[in-house]
Design a protein around this ligand. Structure first.
Ligand code: NAP
Length: 305
């Protein structure tokens, strides 16, 4: 960049699917900033070089998406959150040092705080489905909010056990067939698996639970997953994946451009419309969903970060 305009970008391989440019350019326009947010398609073998020279490429910072989030952690000075999650998704310069964080933690919390206020008041037990990168962010967030027990159910049990090792005894690996009993005493259920996402098997779950259970899904495509729809049918309070995606973007924008942006209903509508617009194209190009619904076992593992 030579025009002095501040710029940030999303670095991915591919990066075309990312909604980050829509989100950040909406805020740039809303705040009347002389700034720009771009996409950078960077292959894995060029990533280290690109990040080390981020400033020379004209950027004050960046978001990082698949498959670079783990590499970004190693190439930057990560904070406690990024280290706990094992991945960095937001980079910025601080006095010449390229720092990184993982904003999924605060995105998850801010979304629940704004859509289901009071969700953590006296919350003793939470049930988390999945044990990947997103689960680590959610567990870190729940432990920070003093949730006493976080039950983790995952297809690959060893990954849930590894989370107990990482985060301590408040994390409790559990089995799928224990879910009904666990939901009976839980205040929060969170899906962090890819199940229910377009092109993936659905998440089959029987929500036999108290009316006070709050249900959150990190999947945002479709906007209303089967799990969220059945929770709403039962009158339960819900928080969706799009809300988390929007809230996690706030910190990066503030770090790069010095203004704390707001997650408005207008912004949400913009991204919803984009998700709807891309739906027919997705149907035409994506692989058929697998035949059998999955109950946290079997099947593939394709996702978008
Ligand atoms: P990840 O690290 O690849 O983990 C995927 C998880 O899904 C693992 O627990 C995996 O179980 C499970 N899984 C995948 N296929 C399965 C199947 N067929 N049956 C049962 N379990 C299956 O992915 P991630 O980064 O954690 O992302 C997970 C989801 O969260 C994605 O949909 C992603 O888009 C979403 N996400 C959303 C936001 C947001 O802002 N809304 C932010 C981050 C992530 P195994 O361990 O057994 O493989």
């Amino acid at each position: 960049m030579s025009d002095g305009r501040k710029a940030a970008c999303i670095i991915g391989w591919p990066a075309a699917h990312s909604r980050s440019p829509l989100i950040h350019n909406y805020w740039i326009k809303q705040h009347g900033l002389d700034a720009e947010y771009r996409r950078e398609e960077v292959a894995p073998d060029r990533f280290a070089d690109f990040v080390k020279n981020l400033r020379d490429h004209g950027y004050v910072g960046a978001n990082v998406t698949v498959p670079h989030k783990e590499a970004a952690l190693a190439l930057t000075a990560p904070d406690e959150r990024a280290r706990a999650v094992g991945a960095a998704n937001t980079l910025w310069y601080d006095d010449g040092t390229l720092r990184s964080t993982n904003t999924d933690v605060e995105g998850f919390l801010a979304n629940l705080d704004s859509t289901t206020p009071g969700w953590d008041r006296g919350l003793e037990n939470a049930v988390v489905l999945g044990a990947g990168g997103a689960a680590r962010a959610v567990i870190f967030a729940l432990l920070a909010r003093e949730v006493q027990r976080v039950y983790v159910i995952n297809r690959t049990v060893e990954r849930a056990q590894a989370l107990q090792k990482q985060f301590g005894a408040r994390v409790k690996p559990a089995k799928w067939d224990e879910i009904t009993g666990l939901l009976g005493g839980a205040g929060l259920l969170v899906n962090t698996t890819t199940l229910g996402m377009v092109g993936q098997p659905p998440l089959e779950i029987n929500l036999r639970c108290p009316a006070s259970l709050v249900v959150a899904d990190l999947v945002y495509d479709p906007l209303v997953t089967k799990m969220l729809a059945s929770a709403r049918d039962r009158g339960l309070r819900t928080a969706d994946g799009l809300g988390m995606l929007l809230h996690q973007a706030v910190r990066g924008f503030q770090l790069w451009f010095g203004v704390k942006p707001e997650v408005t209903s207008e912004l949400r509508a913009l991204i919803e419309a984009d998700l709807r617009d891309k739906a027919p194209e997705k149907k035409a190009t994506e692989k058929k969903p697998q035949e059998k619904p999955a109950k946290l076992r079997g099947g593939g593992n394709k996702k978008r970060g």
